[in-house]
Design a protein around this ligand. Structure first.
Ligand SMILES: [Zn+2]
Length: 180
């Protein structure tokens, strides 16, 4: 078991569009570590850039909430190709601790992705899984839940957000210095 550091709002890697996965052979260690990290942090989803890795990959485990059907997922190079309906749901985010926001998103999506072996799948998904997928796909495109709410709503969390950003940026500086 290896835990990774979850990077927070303000870290530049969370604002860039992640690179597609091309080499599937070396992913299993990363995916195992991401699951360990997500469980440790009590999250239900985690995108690779949230642990500082620039790859289009995310994991989801909603087995605590939805008992029926498949609930543990690895999605690679995912793309939402269609969406319909709308729903509101209060979302939290491991990269924005202590902030929860009501976010409006499509209820149903058609999602194209690859599995760990590189096989392609296209599925129609709704409910909590569709919600979690949209949150993680946003991460891989550099988008946060605070970008999905009105500026008035965002203002209510502005102070907390600024504090998180300041802390995240100081950690980036430390990390760079360490690498040198
Ligand atoms: Zn998140």
């Amino acid at each position: 078991m290896a835990l990774m550091e979850v990077v927070h709002y303000g870290d530049p890697i969370l604002r860039k569009k992640c690179k597609p996965v091309e080499d599937y052979k070396k992913l299993s260690g990363l995916i195992d570590d991401m699951f360990d990290t997500m469980y440790e942090e009590n999250g239900i989803g985690l995108a690779a850039n949230q642990v500082g890795v620039d790859l289009n990959l995310f994991i989801i485990d909603i087995s605590d909430i939805e008992e029926e059907g498949e609930s543990i997922h690895v999605f690679i190079n995912g793309e939402i190709i269609e969406s319909s309906g709308e729903s509101w749901f209060e979302e939290g985010c491991l990269s924005i601790p202590d902030i929860r926001l009501d976010v409006k998103r499509p209820e149903t999506i058609t999602f194209k992705y690859q599995d760990e072996s590189g096989h392609e799948h296209t599925k129609e998904i709704s409910g909590l899984l569709a919600r979690a997928i949209q949150h993680e796909v946003d991460h891989l495109n550099g988008v946060f839940i605070v970008d999905r709410v009105t500026s008035t709503t965002k203002m209510t969390v502005d102070k907390t957000l600024k504090a998180i950003k300041k802390d995240a940026l100081s950690k980036v500086k430390y990390r760079k210095a360490f690498v040198l």
